[in-house]
Design a protein around this ligand. Structure first.
Ligand SMILES: [Fe+2]
Length: 253
C-alpha cells in the first residue's frame, strides 16, 4: 500500500470517531477544536467528519494538525480521566466554578462601559450585554445546584464504594436524574454562548474599538473557552463515570 493510501485510510477511520472521544482521550485536542470553532461538548457526540463538513473545513487541512497532537506526549491529558470523582468535582469547583464567579462581575462591568460608549454605532452590544446577563444568571444557578445537589451525591456514591455499602436512593432517585437536568442546562449555556459569538461576529473587533472594547471581547472569548472545557469535564468524564459507579454499586444488590 502506498503511504498516501495508508494515511487516507487512517484519516477515514479517525473521521468516523466522535469529536468528544478525541478530547476525552487527549485533552490537548480541545485547543484545535476551539481553533476551528468545533463544539466538542454539547454537540461532541457525533463523528468528526460531520462537524468538519458542517463547518466547511477541509479534511486534508484539519487531519495533519490533529495527528500532530495525537502523536505528541499525552500523559498529562489522561490526568482528568484518571482522577477519582471527588477530586475531579473539587477541581471543577476550585478552577472553573471559581473562574466563572469571578469573571461575571468583571465582564459585566466592562460590558456596561462598552455599551455606554459604543452602542450608538454598534447596537449589537446591547444584545450581547443582555445575553451575557442571561447566561450569567443561568450559570450561577446551575453551579449552585451542582455544588449543593449533584456533587455531594457523587461524593456519597464514591464513599459508598469505599466502605463497601450499597447506596440508599436519594430524594432524586438515580444520579441519572440530576445529571440529565445538568446536561440540559449545559445545552442551554452552549446555545447562549453561540448567540454571543454570533452577535459579536466571532469576537471580531470593529475598527473603532477602544481598549475596553478589546478587553471585553477577549474576556468573552476566554469565558467561552473556559465554559467549553468545564462542560466537557462534566458531560464527557464526570457524569458518565458517576452513572457507571452507581450502576456498579446498585448491581451489588
Ligand atoms: Fe455544569
Amino acid at each position: 500500500m502506498y503511504k498516501d493510501e495508508i494515511t487516507n485510510n487512517i484519516n477515514k477511520n479517525l473521521t468516523e470517531k466522535k469529536v468528544k472521544e478525541f478530547v476525552v482521550e487527549n485533552f490537548k485536542t480541545a485547543k484545535l477544536f476551539e481553533k476551528y470553532g468545533i463544539d466538542y461538548c454539547c454537540n461532541g457526540n457525533r463523528p468528526l467528519k460531520d462537524s468538519l463538513s458542517e463547518k466547511n473545513i477541509e479534511v486534508d487541512t484539519f487531519m495533519p494538525e490533529l495527528e500532530k497532537i495525537l502523536v505528541g506526549n499525552n500523559n498529562e491529558d489522561q490526568i482528568f480521566s484518571s482522577m477519582d470523582l471527588v477530586t475531579l468535582s473539587q477541581y471543577i469547583v476550585n478552577t472553573h466554578h471559581k473562574y466563572v464567579k469571578e469573571a461575571i462581575p468583571v465582564i459585566g462591568a466592562h460590558l456596561d462601559k462598552v455599551v455606554n460608549a459604543h452602542s450608538k454605532n454598534h447596537p449589537e452590544l446591547n444584545n450581547i450585554k443582555h445575553e451575557f446577563s442571561v447566561l450569567s444568571a443561568d450559570m450561577l444557578a446551575h453551579m449552585d445546584k451542582e455544588e449543593k445537589i449533584l456533587f455531594p451525591l457523587i461524593k456519597y456514591l464514591v464513599e459508598s464504594k469505599k466502605y463497601g455499602e450499597t447506596p440508599k436512593s436519594s430524594g432524586y432517585g438515580t444520579v441519572k436524574n440530576p445529571i440529565k437536568k445538568m446536561e440540559q442546562e449545559h445545552q442551554s449555556a452552549g446555545s447562549e454562548l453561540e448567540i454571543i459569538r454570533n452577535l459579536s461576529n466571532g469576537f471580531k473587533l470593529p475598527d473603532d474599538a477602544c481598549t475596553t472594547y478589546t478587553v471585553t471581547y477577549k474576556e468573552l472569548e476566554e469565558f467561552e473557552k473556559d465554559l467549553f472545557k468545564h462542560i466537557h469535564l462534566e458531560n464527557n468524564i464526570l457524569f458518565p463515570k458517576a452513572i457507571e459507579l452507581e450502576n456498579e454499586l446498585t448491581n451489588l444488590k
